[in-house]
Design a protein around this ligand. Structure first.
Ligand SMILES: Cc1ncc(COP(=O)(O)O)c(C=O)c1O
Length: 439
C-alpha cells in the first residue's frame, strides 16, 4: 500500500501533542514518525521522524573508478605522469582557469600558493577564523602572520567590511575561505585587494563548482586552492590542486611542488600520484550532477527552514549562482525554543534520525596560535610589537557568537531526495512544536 506523503505543516500538525487524538481518529497510514506517540520526541522515547539512513560517501563503481585505478596499476607508472596531467587539463577547463597544478593535498596546495606568491616572514595575511585549521596553519607554516578578520554571522563567511581597518604596511595578501561551499564576497574582497595592492589566495578547499555570477570559486583571486580529501565532493582520499591564470606564478608553483627543480627557489615535494588522478577523473564524471542536486536540495531546505521560529538559515551574497554545501549551515536561537541549549537541540535532532553537528569551534582562540607566536622561531623572526599586533586581532566576537549558534548538516544529507529534505524540516519542526519536552 502506498502511504500518502504529508507536507511539513500537515506532518507537524499530525505529530504535535495537541493533534494526537486527530491522528488516531483519522488512522493516518503508517509512516516513520506518524503514530500515537509521534508527538513524543525521539529523545524522550518517541518514534524518530526518520529511521533509514542518508546516502553514503564516497560513491564509486567498477566501470569508472575501478577500471581507471587498475589501468594505472597495470601500467607500472605510478608517480606523476600523463594521468595527473590529464586531470590538471580537465579540472582547469571545468573551472574556467588557464592552468591547474595537482598536489598531494589541499594544505600543500595552499602552502605552494603562498610560496609561489612570495609570501613569508614579515608578511601579514588577512584570514577569517570560521574555517578548518589548515587555512590558518599554512600562513604560520609559510612564516607569515595570520591577521584575524571577524566573521559575518549571517553568511558564515569572512566579513569584508572589517578588513580595511586591519591593513598595515606589512599586509601582503587576503586568504578568503569559501567555507561549507558558500561563496565569499569576492567582488568586495578583490576591490579591497586592488585598492591596497594585496594578493588574493582563495581557499576553495570546500567549494568545487560553487560560483558567483557564473564564475567559479577558486578563479576570482590570484590563485585558488582545492582539497580532494575523503569527505570532499571531488575526492581521491588525499589530494589537492592550485588554479591560476598567471604563467609565471604557475611555473613557480610547479617548480616548488617538485623540489624547486627548474625554478629559481628551493621547493619541496608535493606531487600528486597517478592513482589519485585516476580516481579524480572517474569522480569528476559525477561532480556536476551531484553538485546541482546539493544546490537544489539546499535551496529547497532553506525555503522550508526559514519559516520555523528560532531557525535562521545562512544568507547567500547577492550574485551567488551556486553554493555547493559541503555542509549546510543554519543558526539556532534558543530563545524561540524555551531556552533549550544548542547541545540539547542537536542531540534531539540526532535522536530523530537527522545527523548534524555544531560546525567549527573558535579557531581564533585555538592554543596553537599562542604556541606559535611564542615559539623560538617566531620570536626570532618578529619583533614583540609585530607579534602583539597579531595577538590583538584574535578577538572576533561575531565568530565567537556564531560558534555557539551554528548547526550543520553534512553534504551526504543533501545528496538525498526532496522527501529527505522534508524529513529534516519535519524533524526540526517536531522539536520546535514539542520543545517543552526538552526543558
Ligand atoms: C577550508 C579548508 N582548507 C584547507 C583544507 C586542507 O585540505 P587537505 O585536508 O586536503 O589538506 C581543508 C580540508 O579539510 C579545508 O576544509
Amino acid at each position: 500500500m502506498n502511504a500518502p506523503r504529508l507536507n511539513r505543516r500537515e506532518f507537524v500538525a499530525a505529530t504535535s501533542i495537541g493533534s494526537l487524538a486527530t491522528v488516531a481518529a483519522q488512522a493516518v497510514p503508517a509512516r516513520a514518525g506518524v503514530s500515537r506517540s509521534a508527538g513524543k520526541l525521539a529523545a524522550r522515547g518517541g518514534t524518530p521522524v526518520r529511521t533509514k539512513g542518508f546516502p553514503g560517501w564516497p560513491i564509486w563503481d567498477k566501470e569508472h573508478d575501478e577500471e581507471r585505478v587498475l589501468s594505472v596499476l597495470r601500467s607500472g607508472v605510478w608517480s606523476r605522469s600523463r594521468v595527473v596531467a590529464e586531470f590538471e587539463r580537465k579540472y582547469a577547463e571545468l573551472l574556467g582557469a588557464k592552468r591547474c597544478l595537482a598536489t598531494t593535498n589541499g594544505t600543500h596546495a595552499l602552502i605552494t600558493s603562498l610560496k609561489s606568491l612570495g609570501i613569508g616572514v614579515g608578511d601579514e595575511v588577512l584570514v577569517g577564523p570560521y574555517t578548518f585549521v589548515a587555512s590558518i596553519g599554512v600562513i604560520f607554516l609559510s612564516g607569515a602572520l595570520p591577521i584575524m578578520i571577524d566573521t559575518d554571522r549571517e553568511t558564515f563567511l569572512v566579513n569584508p567590511e572589517k578588513m580595511e581597518e586591519k591593513i598595515t604596511p606589512n599586509t601582503k595578501a587576503i586568504l578568503p575561505v569559501h567555507i561549507y561551499g558558500l561563496p565569499a564576497n569576492m567582488d568586495r574582497i578583490n576591490a579591497i585587494a586592488r585598492k591596497h595592492n594585496l594578493m588574493v589566495v582563495e581557499d576553495a578547499c570546500q567549494a568545487w563548482l560553487a560560483e558567483t555570477d557564473g564564475k567559479k570559486c577558486g578563479t576570482h583571486g590570484n590563485l585558488g586552492c582545492f582539497s580532494f580529501q575523503n569527505s570532499k565532493h571531488l575526492t581521491c582520499g588525499e589530494g589537492g590542486a592550485v588554479l591560476g591564470d598567471d604563467d609565471r606564478v604557475m611555473d613557480l608553483a610547479y617548480s616548488f611542488h617538485n623540489f624547486g627543480r627548474g625554478g629559481p627557489h628551493l621547493g619541496t615535494k608535493c606531487r600528486m600520484a597517478e592513482f589519485q588522478a585516476a580516481i579524480l577523473l572517474a569522480q569528476m564524471k559525477r561532480l556536476e550532477e551531484q553538485t546541482q542536486r546539493r544546490w537544489e536540495n539546499g535551496t529547497y531546505l532553506t525555503s522550508k527552514l526559514r519559516d520555523i521560529p528560532g531557525i535562521i538559515p545562512h544568507r547567500l551574497y547577492d550574485g551567488v549562482t551556486r553554493a555547493v554545501y559541503h555542509l549546510y549551515p543554519f543558526r539556532y536561537d534558543p530563545r524561540e525554543f524555551n531556552g533549550v541549549p544548542r547541545g540539547k537541540f542537536i542531540a534531539a535532532l540526532r535522536a530523530e534520525g537527522i545527523a548534524c553537528s555544531g560546525g567549527y569551534g573558535r579557531l581564533n582562540k585555538a592554543p596553537f596560535i599562542e604556541d606559535t607566536l611564542s615559539s623560538r622561531d617566531f620570536q626570532r623572526m618578529y619583533s614583540k610589537q609585530q607579534l602583539d599586533h597579531c595577538r590583538e586581532q584574535i578577538e572576533c566576537p561575531d565568530n565567537d557568537a556564531l560558534c555557539n549558534e551554528a548547526v550543520c548538516f553534512s553534504q551526504r544529507l543533501l545528496l538525498g531526495t526532496k522527501e529527505d529534505m522534508d524529513d529534516i524540516a519535519n524533524a526540526i519542526e517536531k522539536i520546535y512544536e514539542n520543545r517543552d519536552q526538552l526543558a
